[in-house]
Design a protein around this ligand. Structure first.
Ligand code: GLC
Length: 741
């Protein structure tokens, strides 16, 4: 529809119809079946006549459902303005990929892109018009459950890179085309900085710190023309993001030039009352529309109060018109006026969802997301003649797709045991569950949070001894133990912040018991966040971090364990040595008393290191790589001259196994007008280094890489001395020096 027609449509709309476009509700008003729950269920208390005026629906998917709901709705719509269908397709629709935190560990933008593209192919033929993804929040505190949704993890630059990749992978060139839909960047802003890692908690930092570390990934996604932004639950400088005019109008609209749709997070407008800012829903409605929130997700604040505010002349209708126009413009770009069903296609769903092609590619992509954290005496890869004892609560468990895979079905998930049977035959399997996943107490945290009936204390003890005994019998028959353990998938994700980052207690007991056999143990770790492996790491010989690897995860795990694939993942978020270190991240500041000799009056802990167990960028492989000969083309970079320095390093693969290695470039600004971090990732390259081969890797250092936010909130570079580091992670690097003059 051409712009003039859109404006005419807007002018034809009644005030109720306009306000309706600014409301999003879940689908259970239109469909009997239970709607996926991604927030607190409340009685919406919406006026009946508004239900069939709402502009969009949350988390209704499936071509048949979408077509049914759209038809029901349009029958009652005076102006036949179609609904938009929005959903969280975070790591897959029916074919589920590794969780975003895992995908980010591939350091391969092609992997992240393909996971998103296949997911969008499936989701758009299932009727999704807007995907509430990518989440580009910087995350530095593993206690926060939603670190699992971040691809860039603890690094600003990595978050920027992935934000761009994901917006383009989701939107393509035309969001109305099959396989593409509108991307919604979230959560604006700095939701990942919740204090103490506690969910929905306070976020407070200087504007300089906010700009330096948290905002550039959102900005990067906007520069890629993301169509939507979602406000975050937290406060920014004392004001909830969802009613924060400075954040939404001055930064997002004016400074970043965002002209898309702003949607609140789930009931976030209403929650500004609980925050203690809005005195009631009417006040919340006024504050949010004034701040520039276009769509109210899943409350009746806009639907029941905006009209009153206009009638009382407290709210100018122009603010509503501009919001409605943005919503109509998005529907128009999706070509929903021409075809209200979008790309929903019942026939195509049968062919494309979980197609062999999608599954085969998922298996390949997944293997690049695993991180080999330990491989003592090269116990991996497993020799095919070795007798394997497969043990652990994840050994024959479907729940390996993570908390945001709510549209997938467990019958499509292959377990590790099934995948091993495919390889060596059922008759050769040595398997034991070995342990319950959680203690009753740990499980009841999850059940209580979901309002479910609790287990009776000690329930698990009835079976625990049996499981342990069975495990010991099986393990004694084997040459090597593959131990599949980890967090319950509902111990990470939204609403699942934890103060303990340990492997669940019963599983620790299993590990300690198996250790007594003195057989090689390979721990395959399932988790949605970095864990503290104190007391566990030294009990196993190898650790393969697989996160929640998705539909083809189990097959990909054996591809790596048997050496068909050489692990190449690197951590995008470090593993703390202890929870007390959180938040912990590599680009920290030196302080005035750097921790050099671990003496009393140094920046340190008395009872722990200040460094993580496994640092940012860390990951082993089956190859042996040597870095040497860091060289700079010059030690002087001229300011303002578009100058560059080429820095190179030679990497030799001293093994017989081809390696995919992520070579990382970090820069340190030794002195600045504000304190600068000890190093920052500025570039990386993932390269193939053939067995017994070597390669020279080059990077260009530019003045742009040296810029930062100074005291006066200018983004500038400053003359002075710098160090450049190149290495296989943030800690183990070769270094050089140069000057900006
Ligand atoms: C949730 C999440 C957000 C999600 C939204 C819709 O509360 O915070 O990431 O997109 O609700 O499901």
């Amino acid at each position: 529809m051409i712009k003039s027609k859109l404006v005419n449509l807007l002018n034809e709309m009644t005030l109720d119809e306009k306000i309706g476009q600014l409301v999003q509700i879940s689908g259970n008003f239109f469909l009997e079946e239970d709607n996926v729950q991604t927030g607190p269920i409340s009685n919406l208390g919406m006026c009946e006549n508004m239900i069939y005026k709402v502009g969009s629906i949350l988390n209704i998917v499936g071509a048949k459902n979408v077509i049914t709901v759209q038809n029901k709705y349009l029958e009652k719509s005076r102006l036949k303005i179609p609904l938009m269908f929005m959903a969280d397709i975070i790591n897959g629709y029916k074919t589920v990929f590794p969780i975003p935190l895992a995908q980010g560990c591939s350091w391969n933008t092609e992997v992240v892109k393909r996971c998103a593209q296949i997911s969008m192919k499936e989701a758009t033929i299932a009727g999704v018009n807007v995907n509430f993804y990518p989440m580009v929040d910087l995350v530095r505190d593993a206690r926060w459950g939603r670190v699992m949704e971040s691809t860039g993890g603890e690094d600003t630059y990595l978050n920027e890179i992935y934000a761009k990749v994901l917006v383009n992978a989701i939107q393509g060139d035309d969001i109305s085309q099959e396989g593409n839909c509108a991307a919604c960047i979230k959560h604006f802003a700095a939701y990942g900085a919740v204090e103490s890692g506690r969910e929905y908690n306070k976020v407070d930092m200087s504007e300089r710190e906010l700009r330096q570390y948290y905002m550039s990934a959102y900005k990067a996604g906007i520069e890629e023309k993301a169509k939507m932004i979602m406000t975050s639950f937290n406060i920014v400088d004392g004001i909830p993001a969802t009613i924060n005019k400075w954040l939404l109008r001055e930064i997002l609209r004016a400074e970043y030039g965002f002209d898309g749709v702003v949607i609140s997070d789930y009931s976030a407008i209403q929650e500004t009352i609980a925050h203690g800012i809005s005195i009631d829903k009417k006040d919340a409605a006024l504050r949010a529309i004034n701040a520039g929130v276009d769509i109210d997700m899943q409350t009746n604040v806009y639907s029941n109060f905006l009209k009153e505010l206009v009638k009382e002349k407290v709210l100018d209708i122009s603010l509503i018109d501009e919001a409605v126009y943005r919503v109509l413009k998005l529907k128009n770009e999706l070509k929903l006026f021409e075809n209200p069903y979008g790309n929903a296609n019942i026939e195509k769903e049968k062919k494309i969802l979980l197609s062999n092609e999608n599954l085969e590619e998922a298996r390949k992509l997944t293997s690049e997301t695993f991180v080999l954290l330990k491989n003592k005496q090269n116990v991996l890869p497993i020799n095919k003649n070795q007798k394997i004892a497969l043990i652990g609560p994840y050994a024959d468990n479907f729940a390996i797709t993570g908390e945001w895979s709510m549209f997938s079905e467990r019958e499509n998930i292959v377990t590790i045991k099934q995948a091993l049977e495919e390889r060596i035959g059922k008759e050769n399997i040595l398997y034991a569950k070995g342990s319950n996943m959680l203690t009753t107490k740990e499980m009841n945290y999850i059940l209580k949070a979901d309002g479910k009936e609790l287990l009776k204390n000690g329930e698990e003890l009835k079976t625990q001894k049996k499981y342990l005994d069975e495990a010991m019998v099986v393990a004694k028959k084997a040459d090597i133990i593959v131990l599949a353990v980890g967090e319950h998938y509902k111990q990470s994700g939204e609403g699942n912040a934890r103060v303990s980052l340990r492997i669940p207690k019963l599983q620790q007991k299993l590990i300690n018991t198996l250790r007594t056999l003195n057989k090689p143990i390979v721990m395959v770790l399932f988790n949605g966040r970095p864990l503290v492996l104190e007391g566990i790491e030294n009990k196993v010989d190898a650790i393969l971090e697989v996160w929640f690897p998705g539909t083809e995860g189990a097959r990909a795990i054996w591809d790596v364990l048997f050496g068909d694939e050489n692990p190449s993942g690197k951590l995008n978020m470090c593993f703390p040595e202890h929870e007390g270190q959180c938040p912990i991240y590599y680009n920290q500041y030196n302080t005035g008393r750097p921790n050099i000799n671990n003496l009393r009056f140094e920046s340190r802990y008395q009872d722990a290191s200040i460094y993580p167990k496994y640092p940012f960028g860390f990951g082993l492989s089956y190859s042996k790589l040597e870095y040497r000969d860091l060289k700079l083309s010059s030690t002087i970079l001229h300011k303002g001259k578009n100058d560059k320095i080429t820095v190179s390093v030679t990497i030799e693969n001293c093994s017989n196994v081809d390696a995919k290695e992520t070579v990382q470039l970090y820069i340190q600004d030794l002195f600045g007008s504000v304190v600068r971090p000890i190093k920052e990732l500025k570039a990386f390259k993932k390269v193939l280094i053939k067995a017994k081969g070597k390669t020279k890797i080059e990077f260009e250092i530019t003045e742009e890489m040296l810029k930062f936010w100074n005291r006066d909130l200018q983004y500038i570079s400053e003359e002075g001395e710098f160090k450049v580091y190149i290495g296989c992670n943030c800690r183990d690097c070769l270094e050089g020096k140069f000057e900006l003059i």
